[in-house]
Design a protein around this ligand. Structure first.
Ligand SMILES: Nc1ncnc2c1ncn2[C@@H]1O[C@H](COP(=O)(O)OP(=O)(O)OP(=O)(O)O)[C@@H](O)[C@H]1O
Ligand SMILES: [Mg+2]
Length: 369
């Protein structure tokens, strides 16, 4: 209850607000020690006068007929709060109750009652006005954020469709270029020509990977779950990446129990780990340490890939999972979104965490059953 220091001759005055749960209630009841019940409906902003001796209990009601003599026992003794007679008026706007305004004075006159009624009306209007302003502010903020989300998701859907179409159109010409390059490689004798063909082949390979990523990203992912040993899979990836690791002078530490079995789509999980490993290698052009470990909980296996590269600032941690977000000259920005999509399709997740140095990505994979 908030106290208003009385102006206009009252000793003290207080406003009791209805909380959200009580907003549905329609009135307030004053009951004296003899059980006399007086219901002051908010609707009428009725003014009720009680002397201290008469007033013993106060309660809110929503149906007058359920309030019987005796049913008010055990309620808070409001008389304890007041040392004088008390004048009460309901606060409300239209049919909606807001609270009650109470004021104390020894001997009331008619003009005191009128003054309190006037305060009550002013109070109701100011409270309602400030609530409306607050509501308006909240609605405006909601609308702004809704519009932003809608624009983002609409743009993403449009962008996704467009890229899938482009990727699809690129697929066949790329196969043809790759095929011609292979034939030329077999017939070329000039070392310079051979070198050019190698460049064409490696670029075709890179484009094929991007096109593949876009197509996978824009389609629904089918997951083929099987049990397999995680360490074996990670070792295969390490063998594939051995050249890049030693070229970049990256030291690798593997901490995965040989017996740890996971229940996942092997090829897709492999693709996820390859993406993380290649991101880490690309981040450590000056050399560094990479660690892959796995731990088991009751319901999940967590696989972490950490590195000592440049790390990810906290304000970029959500952005990196958005499609086409990249800080690399030749990046597509589809690696991590794809990882997210694959992990979500497994009923798991991928999260980026805090690292002392560099970045750490954790894959959360549900256990079988
Ligand atoms: N280990 C890491 N350390 C620091 N930054 C990282 C790391 N992994 C990802 N990032 C940041 O997140 C961005 C998005 O990564 P993501 O793998 O989605 O795309 P990309 O690597 O840029 O391109 P690609 O499609 O070829 O994978 C990167 O451009 C990089 O800025
Ligand atoms: Mg990447």
């Amino acid at each position: 209850m908030g106290m208003l220091v009385g102006r206009g001759g009252f000793y003290c005055a207080g406003v009791m607000f209805l909380n959200e749960a009580l907003l549905e209630l329609r009135g307030v009841i004053f009951a004296d020690s003899t059980g006399r019940v007086d219901a002051g409906a908010f609707k009428k902003t009725k003014l009720t006068f009680e002397t201290k001796n008469q007033l013993s209990d106060i309660m809110f009601y929503d149906r007058t007929d359920i309030v019987k003599k005796g049913s008010i026992e055990g309620l808070k003794k409001m008389a304890d709060y007041f040392c004088d007679d008390i004048l009460v008026t309901g606060l409300g706007v239209g049919d909606r109750p807001i609270g009650i305004l109470m004021a104390c004075k020894d001997n009331y006159t008619k003009s005191d009652s009128e003054a309190l009624l006037l305060y009550g009306n002013i109070c109701s209007l100011s409270i309602e006005f400030s609530r409306t302003v607050k509501q308006l502010e909240l609605t405006t903020a909601d609308l702004a954020s809704l519009r932003k989300t809608a624009m983002n998701s609409e743009n993403l859907v449009r962008m996704g469709r467009l890229s899938a179409t482009v990727a699809h159109e690129l697929k066949n010409p790329l196969v043809a270029i790759g095929g011609f390059a292979k034939r030329m490689e077999q017939t070329a004798v000039n070392p310079q020509t051979k070198n050019y063909i190698k460049i064409v082949q490696s670029e075709v390979h890179r484009l094929e990977r991007i096109v593949g990523d876009i197509l996978i990203y824009s389609r629904k992912i089918e997951i083929d779950l099987k049990d397999f040993k995680l360490r074996k899979l990670v070792e295969e990836i390490m063998e594939m990446s051995a050249g890049c690791l030693s070229f970049g002078m990256v030291k690798l530490q593997l901490d995965i129990d040989e017996q740890l079995t996971v229940h996942a789509d092997r090829d897709k999980l492999k693709q996820v780990i390859i993406n993380l490993v290649s991101n880490s290698i690309q981040e450590m052009t000056e050399g560094g340490d990479m660690k892959i470990d796995a731990s088991q909980g009751d319901r999940h296996v967590t696989i972490s890939v950490s590195d000592t590269g440049g790390g990810i600032p906290s304000d970029k941690r959500e952005k990196i999972f958005e499609p086409f977000y990249t800080l690399k000259k030749t990046g597509t920005g589809l690696g991590l979104p794809l990882c997210k999509k694959i992990m979500t399709a497994h009923g798991g997740d991928i999260v980026v965490g805090e690292a002392d140095r560099g970045a750490v990505f954790s894959l959360i994979l549900p256990k079988r059953g």
